[in-house]
Design a protein around this ligand. Structure first.
Ligand SMILES: *Cc1c(COP(=O)(O)O)cnc(C)c1O
Length: 348
């Protein structure tokens, strides 16, 4: 069954809404075997959102936004993007025969995400500026032109679709985790998960998790309670200085008795390598901030004993080959195709 079909009672779907799917959602919830011991919690799960068709969680929201665009008979979709939104929009645009226009901050999106967007056939416009400025432009044009549908997370249908991540976690575990950990960029996902949990809370009487967000140190407007004019971080997917869902995220953090903290880039890079080598999970840097963040809390003497924790690993490590090239050192030995040479290395 399609994702938006399964959860249609909680989504803005009516008889005119076309039910589409590229295979998004139903992503694995993988139990940690190793990092869980360092954190000292009862259980730690990773929600592998990199397994979505375009390689990030953005597909959950995009499928809903594009279904609604089709319902409205829109011909074009547009977004500003740090990379994954454009890849997702372009994929659904190609699938649904919509023209896709993406505005990206010049030079600031990863090669993998850009390659996808090119391959899917979107029209790419590079803006000499940052994400926040690109977002202002697409808002303005979508306001002016009815035939162009905005598919950034300002579009409420995106948030609706992304709620399904929370539903899946509760459906699989049978309860909510105590801590729901997410990276925070434009703050749409943390908003969506909180809405999802509240819906299930009302319906199924489950407990609510503490929403636990992390922003990069020099790109941390919500942590510092002030917009960042020129946000900087190696985690390009969360390089956002003025989040669109700022208020909703604050609300989620307050209502859930949660927390949001800033993490140094060096810790993000460390965690990027650590989760791959400790758990066999390769994620992009924005996703690894959740792991860096858990270690940071642990180092600040947070007591996780008896607690269950779920980290949303938002995107695949394959998204960012340039990052891998810069931050991973390739150590290898080169031999002739000769068994003696191989034995010499392996049997010493
Ligand atoms: C978009 C994105 C984020 C940030 O999500 P928001 O909803 O903007 O807070 C984090 N990680 C990845 C991989 C993303 O693509």
């Amino acid at each position: 069954m399609y994702l938006i079909e399964k959860y249609k009672n909680f989504l803005p779907i009516n008889s005119d809404t076309p039910l589409i799917s590229m295979g998004e959602g139903f992503t694995p919830l993988v139990k940690s075997r190793n990092i869980v011991k360092d954190i000292g919690c009862k259980e730690l799960y990773f929600k592998l959102e990199g397994c979505n068709p375009s390689g990030s969680f953005k597909d959950r929201g995009m499928v809903m936004a594009v279904s609604k665009a089709l319902e409205k008979k829109a011909k074009k979709i547009i977004c500003a993007s740090t990379g994954n939104t454009s890849a997702s929009a372009a994929a659904f645009g190609a699938y649904c025969d919509l023209e896709t226009i993406v505005l990206i901050p010049e030079g600031k999106i990863s090669l993998g995400k850009l390659s996808q967007t090119v391959a899917y056939g979107a029209k790419i416009i590079s803006v000499r500026g940052n994400f926040d400025q690109a977002l202002n432009l697409v808002k303005e044009i979508a306001d002016k032109q009815d035939s162009i549908e905005l598919v950034n997370s300002l579009n409420p249908n995106r948030i609706h679709g992304q709620k399904t991540g929370a539903f899946e976690i509760v459906d699989e575990l049978g309860y909510s985790p105590d801590y729901m950990v997410l990276p925070v960029g434009n703050a749409g996902n943390i908003t969506a998960y909180w809405e999802g949990y509240k819906i299930y809370h009302d319906l199924k009487n489950i407990e609510l998790p503490k929403m636990t967000g992390f922003q990069a140190m020099n790109s941390a407007p919500i942590v510092n309670n002030a917009p960042v004019k020129n946000p900087q971080t190696i985690a390009t997917a969360i390089r956002i200085g003025n989040p669109a869902s700022w208020n909703q995220a604050k609300n989620a953090l307050e209502e859930s008795n949660g927390s949001i903290n800033a993490i140094e880039d060096d810790r993000i890079i460390e965690a990027y390598k650590h989760i791959a080598s400790m758990e066999g999970i390769f994620v992009e840097p924005a996703s690894s901030i959740t792991i860096a963040g858990l270690y940071d809390m642990k180092n600040k003497n947070y007591d996780f004993s008896g607690q269950s924790v779920v980290c949303v690993l938002t995107g695949s490590g394959l998204k960012d080959p340039g990052f891998a090239e810069t931050y991973l050192e390739l150590e290898q030995q080169i031999i002739d195709p000769d068994i003696n040479a191989l034995e010499e290395i392996l049997l010493v």
